[in-house]
Design a protein around this ligand. Sequence first.
Ligand code: FES
Length: 125
Amino acid sequence: MPELNLAPQYLCDSAALQECGDAVTFEVLEWGQVAPAFAVRYDNVALAYLNRCAHVPTEMDWQPGKFWDLDKRFIICAVHGALYDPPNGLCVSGPCHGAHLVAIDLREENGQVCWYPSERFQPLF
Ligand code: FES
């Protein structure tokens, strides 16, 4: 079994994540398979989730990096309109009501945003 890499993975500078702005997209290995992910800022907190709707496991952005609804209050899936509460990824409206996005541990320190690998999520390289 390959050794786990648990070192923080630099994603972007803090300034790249604007409040309810475009997402910074990236990829992780989830159980060894490449999976798309995204990071956004909401309420001045940087958050990351797999780019995978809880309804149908498909990417949610209507254009690359565009994850906000018109009011910039919810993360929206462009396929059938599920709305997710940004801080916890809970679907509050839509066909997967009550289900969650899959969170990725993201932390911000000294002007940098890093994601933290786990047994489930490993860096590609
Ligand atoms: S695939 Fe996202 S709401 Fe249906």
